[in-house]
Design a binder for this molecule. Structure first.
Ligand code: IVH
Length: 750
C-alpha cells in the first residue's frame, strides 16, 4: 500500500504528495486505534508507513509537514481527559451462556444466603445494552461529573460530553444530596445509519457498529462533536448515594425514572429460573425489532438488603449475572496458522483468515487454542467437532461472543481442497529455536527459552507496563517493542525502564530526536517512569508476570506479606518444602500411573526417592510453606510457580535489579475504620444468621484475614454452637472468642 516509488528515486513533488498521503493515513489509523477502539490497519502496515514517512522526511527535510506523523507519540489522544477515581467501583458482570448456568446462579445465591427453595427469591430481568457504561454524579441535584468506567477504579472525565446528551438530566428534583446514576450510553440503529451516511458523504470514516460509534463519540475531546452525535442513555444502576433510592432493584429503577432518566421498558420481576429464562426468550425474539443493540439479559436479586449481603467478588457482584445471547457466526477461509509465543512461553496457534464480517466487526484473526484443538481432540483426548482436524486451506466457522477474541468453531470437510496436509504443531519455539515442550497434563506447549526468548521477554515487558501492573503513560505495547529492538537505548528487562533516562542523558542520539518522539513526549515519558518508583506492592508482584499469579492473587500476596522482603524471605525459607510438595505430587501421580501400567516402576521409584528427600525438610521450611498455601487465595499450584520463579537464579537476579529502583508501598488494610481490619479471624461451629461463605466474604471486605485453623497468629475466634477442638485450642492459647451475635455487634451488623 504505497505508491511504489523508491524513496531514492522520488522527485520533490512526488515526495510532497506522498507525505500528505501518509500523514492522512497515519492520522486516521491513530484515531481508529486510540480513540475508536477499532484498529483499521494491521500493526505491521502502520509501522511500514511510519518508516516510509521518516525516510522521505530524512531525504527532503524541508518538506516535513507541521502535522508530521513523526512528531506524534503513539500514546492515546484520550490521555487528554482528566482521570476520575470512582467513589464506588464500577464493576462488570459475570456471564451465563445457557439455561443451566441460570439455575446454577440461582442455586448459588440461595446457598450463599442460606435460603432454601421454600422461601421466595425475586430477581429483576432486563436487557443488557451494548454500549458503554457511564457514571453520572449529582450533588444537591446538579450534574457535577460524568465518568467512563475505565478500569473500574479510575475512568475518564467526560462531563462536557455527557452534558450534550438529551437523556441525561442536568438537574434532579428531590434526589438524595449525593447520587451517582449509572447506565449505558448507546446509539440507536436509525441514528447510527444516518451518522454513517453523513460521515460517508463528508468523506470521513464510518463506524463498524453502533457501539463503536457511541464509544468514539463519547471520547471526543471536543464536546461540539459529541453534541452533533445523537447519543442516548439508559439508567440501570447507581454508585454512591447519600440515601437509599428504594428497598428493591425494581423500586430503585422506578425511582430513577421518576427523577427523569430513561429506563428500559423491558424490565420485569421474576421469581424462578423458569420465569427468568422465559423473559430471556421473549427479549431474544424481540431483539431484531429493537432500535438498539443488546447482547443479553441481566438478572439481579431484587431485594437490596439481600444484594448488600451478597456483596462482590473481586470484579463482579454475586447478586447479578448476564445471560448472553449466542455468539454470532460466519464461514471463511483459513489462509495460514501462525504461532505466537506468550509471556509464559505458551505457543498459541492463531488462524489467519480471509477477512469476514461477524456481527458487524471485521475478523481476520482468530484463536485456535492449542495443538489438540487443531487436531480435533480435547484435553482428555476425546474427540471434538466429531474428530475433524483443522488444516490450512479449510473453510472454517468463526464466532465472536461479546468482546472476546474470535474463535474458530468448526470446519467444513465437504469444502476441503485436495492436497491439504494435517497441521504439524512445532516442537521448537519459532522465535528463539529452543525446545517447546508439553508437560504431562498441560494442554499447552511451552518454549523453554525463558528470558533468552525474545518473544517471552517482550511479552513479559508488555505485561509489566500494562494497566493493572505498572501502567506507565506513554509506554505501551508499541513502544516496548521499539525499545526492545533498540540498540542504543534498549529495554530488555523491567529494570531497564528505570535506567532509561540516565542512559538517554549519556547518549549522543537522544530519544527526543528519534522518530515518533519529541522533547515533550520524551520528557513526559521520563516523568511517568519516575512517578512509578513508588508503587503498590501488589502491582509489582503482578507485573512480574509469574505464571498462575494474576491480579487478585498478587493482591492477596501483598496483603499477606506487606513487604517484598518478607515475601522473598518466606519463599526462600519455604523452598525445600515446595520441592518436597512437588516430589510428593509426582510420587502420587506415578502411583496412579502404576494402576494403569506395570512397566513404569522405574519412574515411580525415582519419584518416591525424590519424595523421600522431602523428609529432610527443615521445620522452618514446612512452617513457611504451610503459611503460604494456608493464606487466602493462594493454592499449591500458584505457590509452586512463585517458588520456582524466585529460585531461578536469572529470574531472581532480574527481580533484584528491578527492586533496587522501586519503593513498593504496602497495601492498606481494606477498611481502616473497621475494628477487624488486619486481624486474623477463624469461624467455627454452626452459624445461624449467615452462611460460612457469607461470613468469610463479609470479614474480608472489612479487611480481616480469614483462616481455617487456629494458631498463635489467630486474633479472634467466632464460635457458633457445636464448636469443638478449635474452641478448645483458642481457649488454651488465650485467644479472644465471640459468639455469632458478639461478632455481628463487633462489625456493626446487628
Ligand atoms: S448492571 C455491578 N445492567 O454490561 C454491575 N449492566 O458486562 C452493574 N450493561 O459494565 C452493571 N446493560 O456496562 C447492568 N442492564 C444492565 C446493563 C449493564 C449493559 C453493561 C455495563 C456493565 C457491563 C458488564
Amino acid at each position: 500500500m504505497n505508491d511504489g516509488t523508491p524513496v531514492g528515486d522520488m522527485t520533490e513533488q512526488q515526495a510532497k504528495a506522498e507525505l500528505a498521503r501518509l500523514a492522512e493515513l497515519l492520522n486516521r489509523a491513530n484515531t481508529a486505534y486510540h480513540q475508536d477502539d477499532s484498529p483499521e490497519i494491521p500493526d505491521a502496515d502502520y509501522d511500514a508507513f511510519k518508516i516510509r514517512n521518516a525516510e522521505i522526511e530524512a531525504r527532503f527535510p524541508a518538506l516535513k509537514r507541521k502535522d508530521s506523523p513523526s512528531d506524534q507519540v503513539g500514546a492515546a489522544p484520550a490521555e487528554g481527559f482528566a482521570k476520575v477515581t470512582h467513589s464506588v467501583r464500577m464493576l462488570s458482570l459475570s456471564n451465563a451462556f445457557d439455561d443451566e448456568d441460570i439455575s446454577d446462579f440461582v442455586t448459588s445465591v440461595r446457598k450463599y444466603l442460606g435460603k432454601g427453595t421454600e422461601t421466595a427469591l425475586v430477581f429483576t430481568a432486563e436487557p443488557k445494552i451494548d454500549g458503554l457504561s457511564l457514571s453520572l454524579r449529582y450533588e444537591n441535584g446538579q450534574l457535577v461529573q460524568a465518568a467512563t468506567r475505565g478500569d473500574g477504579e479510575t475512568g475518564e472525565n467526560v462531563t462536557a460530553n455527557a452534558r450534550t446528551i438529551d437523556d441525561i438530566p442536568q438537574t434532579l428534583d428531590s434526589a438524595p444530596d449525593i447520587l451517582e446514576v449509572r447506565g449505558e450510553v448507546y446509539m440507536s440503529h436509525a441514528d447510527f445509519e444516518a451518522l454513517n451516511a453523513r460521515q460517508d458523504e463528508a468523506g470521513q470514516k464510518t463506524f463498524a457498529n453502533p457501539r463503536n460509534a457511541a464509544a468514539g463519540s463519547m471520547r471526543q475531546l471536543d464536546p461540539s462533536i459529541t453534541r452533533a452525535r445523537p447519543l442516548k442513555f439508559f439508567a440501570y444502576a447507581w454508585g454512591e448515594s447519600s440515601a437509599p433510592l428504594a428497598d428493591t432493584q425494581f423500586g430503585a429503577i422506578d425511582r430513577l425514572k421518576t427523577l427523569g432518566f430513561s429506563t428500559n421498558p423491558l424490565t420485569i420481576r421474576a421469581d424462578s429460573p423458569a420465569q427468568m429464562i422465559a423473559h430471556y426468550r421473549e427479549i431474544e425474539a424481540q431483539r431484531a425489532t429493537l432500535d438498539y443493540d443488546i447482547d443479553g439479559v441481566v438478572y439481579k436479586v431484587d431485594d437490596l438488603g439481600l444484594q448488600a449481603r451478597l456483596g462482590f467478588r473481586s470484579t463482579t457482584p454475586r447478586w447479578a449475572i448476564a445471560h448472553k445471547f449466542p455468539a454470532e457466526l460466519a464461514w471463511t477461509h483459513l489462509e495460514a496458522i501462525d504461532i505466537q509465543v506468550g509471556r509464559t512461553g505458551a505457543l498459541s496457534p492463531v488462524a489467519r483468515l480471509t477477512p469476514v464480517t461477524v456481527g458487524g466487526v471485521v475478523v481476520s484473526n482468530a484463536t485456535l487454542h492449542n495443538e489438540d484443538y487443531i487436531a480435533g481432540r480435547d484435553a482428555s483426548g476425546n474427540e471434538i467437532r466429531g474428530g475433524k482436524d483443522i488444516r490450512v486451506g479449510d473453510w472454517v466457522q468463526v464466532y465472536r461472543a461479546g468482546d472476546v477474541i474470535p474463535k474458530v468453531a468448526d470446519v467444513d470437510l465437504s469444502r476441503r481442497p485436495d492436497g491439504t496436509e494435517p497441521y504439524i504443531f512445532p516442537e521448537t519455539c519459532p522465535i528463539c529455536g529452543s525446545d517447546a515442550v508439553r508437560e504431562e497434563g498441560d494442554a499447552v506447549r511451552r518454549c523453554t527459552g525463558g528470558l533468552i526468548c525474545a518473544a517471552q521477554a517482550v511479552e513479559k515487558l508488555k505485561h509489566f507496563v500494562s494497566r493493572a501492573a505498572f501502567d506507565i503513560e506513554g509506554l505501551g505495547a508499541k513502544q516496548i517493542e521499539a525499545f526492545y529492538a533498540d540498540d542504543q537505548l534498549p529495554v530488555r528487562e523491567p529494570a531497564d525502564i528505570f535506567t532509561l533516562q540516565a542512559r538517554d542523558s549519556q547518549n549522543l542520539t537522544k530519544l527526543a530526536n528519534r522518530d515518533g518522539w519529541g522533547e515533550t513526549s520524551a520528557g513526559n515519558l521520563f516523568d511517568a517512569i519516575e512517578e512509578k518508583r513508588d508503587i503498590q506492592l501488589a502491582r509489582v508482584i503482578f507485573g512480574l508476570g509469574i505464571r498462575h499469579v494474576g491480579e487478585v492473587a498478587a493482591q492477596d500476596l501483598a496483603r499477606h506479606f506487606s513487604t517484598w522482603e518478607a515475601m522473598a524471605t518466606a519463599l526462600d525459607t519455604a523452598r525445600p518444602a515446595a520441592l518436597a510438595h512437588r516430589a510428593a505430587d509426582a510420587a502420587a501421580e506415578a502411583e496412579r500411573a502404576l494402576a494403569a501400567s506395570e512397566n513404569r516402576r522405574a519412574r515411580i521409584s525415582e519419584a518416591r526417592k525424590k519424595a523421600e528427600a522431602g523428609c529432610d525438610v527443615p521445620d522452618a521450611a514446612t512452617t513457611a510453606w504451610a503459611d503460604l498455601i494456608g493464606s487466602d487465595g493462594i493454592g499449591p499450584t500458584m505457590a509452586l510457580s512463585l517458588s520456582d520463579a524466585f529460585a531461578n537464579p536469572e529470574e531472581r537476579a532480574a527481580m533484584d535489579r528491578l527492586l533496587a529502583h522501586l519503593r513498593p508501598v504496602a497495601p492498606e488494610a481494606r477498611d481502616l475504620g473497621s475494628p477487624v481490619a488486619g486481624k486474623t479471624v477463624v469461624f467455627t461451629g454452626t452459624l445461624e444468621k449467615m452462611t460460612r461463605a457469607e461470613a468469610k466474604a463479609r470479614a474480608e471486605s472489612l479487611g480481616a484475614k480469614v483462616s481455617g485453623s487456629v494458631s498463635a497468629k489467630t486474633d479472634l475466634l467466632v464460635a457458633g454452637p457445636g464448636a469443638g477442638s478449635k474452641a478448645k485450642k483458642a481457649a488454651d492459647l488465650g485467644i479472644e472468642t465471640l459468639d455469632e451475635d458478639g461478632w455481628l455487634a463487633l462489625i456493626g451488623a446487628t
